[in-house]
Write a protein that binds this ligand. Structure first.
Ligand code: NAP
Length: 283
């Protein structure tokens, strides 16, 4: 794929595969309109083998920044000349930006986006709470450190492939206490907060965990987003969970962090979350 240069308006976009479903152009379009920033934001569906060539072409053609999504986050971390500390620890990059000297900075805004949605938008505390993350992929790598920094009583990662959860947990041992295990070894009493960071929702499934993890005070949050509740959230509510939230707020908040990195302006996320809520309920 070649990407044309346009000198009049700063170019941004999201690179992924598949990426047609992405709401990022809509969200960044709303941010740009709200803040008066002159920019374009496009979708780039790029196969893994074409990632480096395409992204190199984008930046040499004058592009200012890219969001990066499945499956390119590790490749973007390797592509960037420098990484922010939060991208370094996650070893996954969801935002690339041109620095004043022309070099490319890699950042990871997923964790900041999740934490802001949980605490500021939904009023969910992490401090002193027992928090369970399901999944040990790129999204989990981005959210572990920001969650640990808030001082949960316990943070556990459980994954279908248990070894992967143990490896991810061990890689954050310097930051705080976090354990890794398989689904069958999760402590079988209700957790305060259960985050579904598996990709199961994308295929219409749910992680196969015991209902013992859900209690009447448990809040469940699925990082996935869609117009309907995911199978995980429907199951959690049927098991008596106190609350169920889709990842729309995280999506908007991580986008706002990227926008701030690129433009130095912080958009009003509440207004954009409300627009998306109206769109979802009317679709
Ligand atoms: P990833 O790197 O591909 O990791 C996938 C994870 O899901 C692995 O832990 C995998 O387990 C697990 N998994 C896949 N299918 C499963 C199933 N049927 N049952 C149980 N576990 C399953 O993906 P990712 O980048 O971490 O993304 C994960 C989710 O987060 C996606 O839904 C994505 O859309 C969402 N996300 C949302 C935001 C947002 O802003 N809201 C941001 C980032 C990601 P194994 O290791 O056993 O294969």
């Amino acid at each position: 794929m070649t990407i044309e240069s346009r000198d009049d308006v700063d170019q941004y976009g999201v690179v992924g595969h598949p990426v047609a479903h992405s709401r990022s152009p809509f969200i960044h379009g709303l941010f740009a309109r709200q803040t008066g920033e002159r920019m374009t934001y496009r979708l780039y569906d790029v196969q893994p083998d074409d990632f480096v060539t395409t992204v190199t072409g984008f930046f040499s053609g004058g592009g200012r920044g890219l969001n990066v999504t499945i499956p390119h986050k590790p490749a973007a971390a390797a592509f960037a000349h420098t990484l922010t500390p939060r991208a370094e620890v996650a070893r996954a990059v969801n935002t690339l930006a041109v620095e004043p000297d022309g070099s490319i900075l890699g950042d990871n805004t997923d964790g900041a986006g999740l934490v802001r949605d949980l605490r500021s938008n939904l009023g969910i505390a992490i401090e002193g709470r027992r928090v369970l993350i399901l999944g040990a992929g790129g999204a989990t790598r981005g959210i572990v450190a920001p969650l640990l920094e808030l001082g949960p009583a316990t943070l556990a990662i459980a994954n279908r492939t248990a070894d992967r959860a143990r490896v991810v947990a061990a890689s954050f041992a310097d930051i705080g206490a976090v354990t890794g295990c398989g689904f069958n070894d999760i402590e079988g009493r209700p957790w305060d907060l259960v985050l579904n960071a598996t990709a199961a929702s994308l295929g219409g499934g749910r992680p196969d965990v015991s209902p013992a993890v859900i209690g009447k005070s448990t809040i469940c949050y699925d990082l996935a987003y869609g117009t309907e509740l995911t199978p995980f959230l429907s199951w959690a509510l049927a098991e008596g969970a106190a609350g169920a939230h889709l990842g729309w707020g995280m999506l908007v908040e991580q986008a706002a962090e990227s926008f701030y990195l690129w433009r130095g302006v912080r958009p009003d996320t509440r207004a954009v979350i409300d627009v998306l809520k109206d769109w979802r309920t009317s679709s």
